[in-house]
Design a protein around this ligand. Structure first.
Ligand code: 5GP
Ligand code: MN
Length: 345
């Protein structure tokens, strides 16, 4: 049995919204990850069994390693099909906002969503949700939005309506947001849910291979280069830093998603508890920052204080509008400021 984490009043309201809706839109955050796509498709497969007209809209492209997911080819990219998406959003009865806590996280989709007449439901696990939805199912203590989608469907009494395809999507989100159940994954109930998903016939080993073992040769060579040449280790701060310029990305024929997970690798070094990855964005004129920590070190504080970002205690990020050198200097300032916390972690 699962504990009743989601408030009954929220379950009732969401169920009522769904019941009275024909057209439902699901939106998720910019540069969607496995949990964004997994929770969105997991919910959409369920709503399709309830005979709803459902569409998933995301601001921009998602990585190739998620393309196999059932329903992924029907996900609408706002940067490509904005006008069509605008129409769907304006006509929707309900809009579900998944895996993000602030309208700014959905880039250009924010405006049509904010203006839409639809009832809005937030389902998310990031801290401090903004107030733009009538129903707010926000649980930062839960490791993935996909898990929340599973819990919501079950609490509405609809476990039977989770299909194998829906279960595959939910599992993918749970797996990717916990690094294959290697962090944020000590809650026993995660494994109860996995057992329930297995009962739907999913092949979890195959899902792991499809997500984690389908890299290009270029990505592996880029990883080799980055670890050999670009990783700086600051043992006195128990920290590490990797930087990557546009030129370097071009040299290795970078495509979106190629650097996914790089930020986690330095945490494999003994005693390193904080890792940063700074990458010159290939589309926008900024440095994309990814931060990871282990234990109690709050990398989201560094993200919000130094890099205009936020996120979770152990996984956060932000953006820096300036040069790579300036971003590196900021990172070094953060190490000095947080030295005590880093050392006692
Ligand atoms: P990643 O390093 O995988 O891009 O992001 C890890 C986590 O950091 C995300 O799940 C999200 O919570 C947070 N995050 C990443 N980039 C940003 C950003 O620009 N702003 C905010 N507020 N959070 C971010
Ligand atoms: Mn998530």
């Amino acid at each position: 049995m699962l504990s009743k984490i989601i408030l009954q009043a929220n379950i009732d309201k969401a169920a009522k919204f769904f019941e009275h809706a024909d057209k439902i839109i699901i939106v998720s955050h910019v540069s969607p990850d496995g949990d964004a796509i997994g929770s969105s498709l997991g919910l959409s497969h369920f709503l399709e069994t309830q005979d709803k007209d459902v569409h998933v809209i995301v601001p921009n492209a998602f990585p190739d390693f998620l393309r196999w997911m059932p329903g992924a080819k029907d996900v609408i990219r706002y940067d490509k099909y904005g006008e069509f998406a605008d129409k769907l959003i304006a006509e929707a009865d309900v809009i579900c906002c998944l895996d993000f806590n602030a309208l700014s996280r959905i880039d250009a989709v924010a405006k049509p969503v904010a203006e839409a007449k639809a009832k809005k439901i937030l389902i998310d696990h990031h801290l401090n949700p903004e107030d733009f939805c009538q129903v707010v199912i926000s649980h930062p203590e839960i490791s993935s939005t996909s898990e929340l989608v599973f819990r919501l469907i079950c609490r509405m009494g609809c476990f039977e309506d989770i299909t194998k395809e829906g279960a595959e999507c939910i599992y993918t989100g749970m797996m990717t947001d916990t690094g294959g159940f290697t962090y944020n994954s000590n809650n026993q109930e995660i494994y109860f849910i996995i057992s329930e998903l297995l009962s739907k016939g999913i092949d979890k080993d195959e899902i792991y291979r499809k997500v984690f073992n389908t890299y290009s040769e270029d990505r592996l060579r880029l990883m080799g280069y980055v670890l050999y040449d670009k990783m700086q280790v600051f043992p006195q701060f128990r920290s590490a830093l990797i930087t990557l310029t546009k030129n370097e990305q071009n040299k290795f024929r970078y495509v979106k998603g190629d650097t996914e997970g790089f930020v986690n690798i330095p945490l494999q070094i003994k005693n390193i508890c904080f890792s940063a990855f700074l990458r010159e964005d290939t589309e926008k004129d900024m440095i994309k920052i990814s931060l990871r920590s282990v234990g109690a070190f709050p990398c989201n504080k560094v993200a919000s204080e130094f890099f205009n970002g936020g996120g979770h205690l152990n996984a956060s990020g932000g953006e820096y509008y300036g040069t790579m050198d300036e971003a590196i200097q900021l990172f070094k300032q953060a190490l000095v400021k947080y030295e005590d916390l880093l050392l006692k972690n």
